[in-house]
Design a protein around this ligand. Structure first.
Ligand SMILES: [Zn+2]
Length: 168
């Protein structure tokens, strides 16, 4: 007797596949899995390439939303991806924090070079303040519920401190 893990239908002549799904549910599952995987892969690519912290954050949120949507299958005992979605969500949240830090560290160097070349004191302070306000804004958007949050925050605060000392 087959029993579908997703729609709960069962019967003597009811057959399910190796995933425990009837053909109707499996069709939907495969289609949803394909389209969400496409979105996830696309986001991952942008997250790895973008130099804009806002883009990295928004793409990570889209990616996590798609993983969350897939987790409904796990609840019913259907394996979706090679690893549990909650582990993947933690990984991608940490990757987001890492990428943000990387981008802001690069921008630190760019800002410092700009400040080095600038003669006007006001322009130096402006460039410094612009960088600092950006870091303050971005550090408030870090993923907090992950192991690398505290260290990422600490390094970002150090960047602010260093930038401040550079013009004072
Ligand atoms: Zn079914």
């Amino acid at each position: 007797m087959g029993h579908c893990k997703w729609c709960d239908r069962s019967g003597i002549f009811f057959s399910v596949n190796e995933r425990g799904l009837c053909s109707e549910c499996d069709f939907k599952f495969i289609n949803e899995g394909k389209s969400r995987t496409r979105v996830i892969n696309n986001c991952e690519e942008i997250i790895g390439k973008s130099n804009n912290p806002e883009t990295v954050i928004s793409r990570t949120n889209v990616l996590i939303d798609n993983l969350n949507q897939l987790s409904k299958y796990e609840v019913k005992g259907i394996q979706v991806l090679t690893r549990p979605t909650k582990d993947l969500i933690e990984d991608f949240s940490q990757t987001c924090n890492d990428r943000i830090l990387e981008i802001m560290t690069n921008e630190f160097q760019i800002s410092r070079e700009k400040i080095d070349k600038t003669i006007s004191n006001k322009a130096k302070i402006d460039a410094c303040e612009k960088y600092i306000s950006k870091v303050i804004e971005i550090k408030g958007q870090l993923f907090t519920d992950v192991p690398n949050y505290q260290i990422t925050l600490k390094i970002m605060e150090k960047l602010i401190k260093e930038m401040k000392s550079f013009v004072s």
